[in-house]
Design a protein around this ligand. Structure first.
Ligand SMILES: O=C(O)CCC(=O)C(=O)O
Ligand SMILES: [Fe+2]
Length: 344
């Protein structure tokens, strides 16, 4: 059952503004309407340039139906996330992420953030795309009642976020001289893939000094990610500063970033930015931090090879074929060794 308004902890209307006084990384803003509705060539050029560089940008949503669905949908998904995270631990543990599955619950502390073994502080609940978009009788896994009750809403959010991701990949394909169908056919929504909505909750900040690692340094494994959060705390790697810096956070504006699969398909032409999450800085840090992420990933059976195209330099032939499912597992297994590269 939804909780009464008074007890809601996901309450974006009450959050203070992102504080001044912290060094930040400025991201460029791309208009979804210019891309989707106006077919704006200059905006498409900017997307390509950004994706060859930092690989992170803000996506301005208002002005088109897909933008409205993402803006409203992310708020609804976060409200549902609160209902999920408020379930008793014993109930959440019934859905604990197990084996090869990405679906379900991850406890805070399960991921190590440094060599000393310090645990992360974020709880996740992952909602697999292939579970949420199929009729109830085709679902393969058990889900909490609060998830089942909101399934049509999750489905709409998934379809829209996936469509926006596909559209941006189509723009990048054209710029690279790749037939857009080559990208589209590696990310068909109805095919099995590791795509999911990740609902995240991080506790309030304990100390004033940064960081307190909520989610350790990583690049996303998939192709493209759409990320919504309402409080600061996302840090991206700044090459010039040689450390991770906070984004100049803007509420209600999602961040788009590329992942490792986009780098692989383009032999390094496109870039996946490294990032991590800390509790929000300053007065924002008093609030638990929710984020709603949608990961567009290659289909499980997709062979992870670079595409051959005029805009992609030829690398050596891959020694053996590996499909996306195994490749992502391999990327995940390598995560631990990257922490040393991080300073706050
Ligand atoms: O919570 C955030 O703002 C980012 C989360 C993230 O990077 C991830 O889940 O991959
Ligand atoms: Fe990420």
């Amino acid at each position: 059952m939804p909780h009464s308004e008074a007890t809601r902890e996901f309450a974006p209307e009450t959050y203070p503004e992102f504080p001044t006084g912290f060094p930040t990384v400025e991201l460029e803003t791309i208009s979804l309407t210019k891309l989707l509705t106006d077919n704006d060539a200059a905006e498409a050029d900017r997307v390509f340039e950004i994706c060859k560089g930092r690989g992170f940008f803000y996506l301005e949503l208002p002005g088109c139906p897909a933008g409205d669905i993402i803006a409203e949908g992310a708020n609804k998904v976060a409200a549902a996330a609160e209902d999920v995270f408020k379930l008793p631990l014993e109930e959440k543990m019934k859905y604990h992420i197990q084996g090869d599955s990405l679906d379900g619950y991850k406890l805070a502390g399960e991921t190590k953030t440094d060599k000393a073994g310090t645990g992360d502080t974020a709880e996740f609940f992952n909602l697999g795309k292939n579970e949420m978009i199929v009729p109830d009788d085709q679902m393969k896994k058990p889900w909490p009642e609060v998830v089942k009750a909101s399934k049509p809403m999750f489905k709409e959010y998934i379809e829209t976020a996936h469509g926006v991701g596909q559209f941006i990949l189509g723009i990048l394909a054209k710029k690279l001289g790749v037939d857009p169908a080559e990208f589209a056919n590696r990310h068909r929504i109805e095919e099995m893939s590791g795509d999911h909505i990740r609902m995240t909750r991080g506790p309030p900040r304990e100390k004033e000094e940064l960081p307190e690692i909520q989610t350790p340094s990583h690049t996303d494994f998939g192709t493209i990610t759409l990320l919504m959060n309402w409080l600061g705390g996302l840090q991206v790697w700044s090459e010039s500063a040689r450390k991770a810096l906070l984004l100049n956070h803007e509420p209600d504006v999602p961040v788009i970033n590329l992942g490792d699969a986009a780098v692989k398909f383009t032999n390094g032409v496109l870039c996946a930015g490294r990032h991590r999450v800390i509790p929000a800085p300053g007065a924002q840090g008093k609030y638990p931090r929710y984020s709603i992420v949608y990961f567009v990933r290659p289909e499980n059976q997709c062979i992870m090879k670079q595409l051959r195209a005029p805009g992609i330099p030829d690398g050596p032939q891959e020694e053996k074929d590996i499909n996306a499912r195994d490749w992502i597992k391999q990327q995940a297994a390598g995560l631990g060794v990257q922490f040393q590269a991080y300073k706050n």
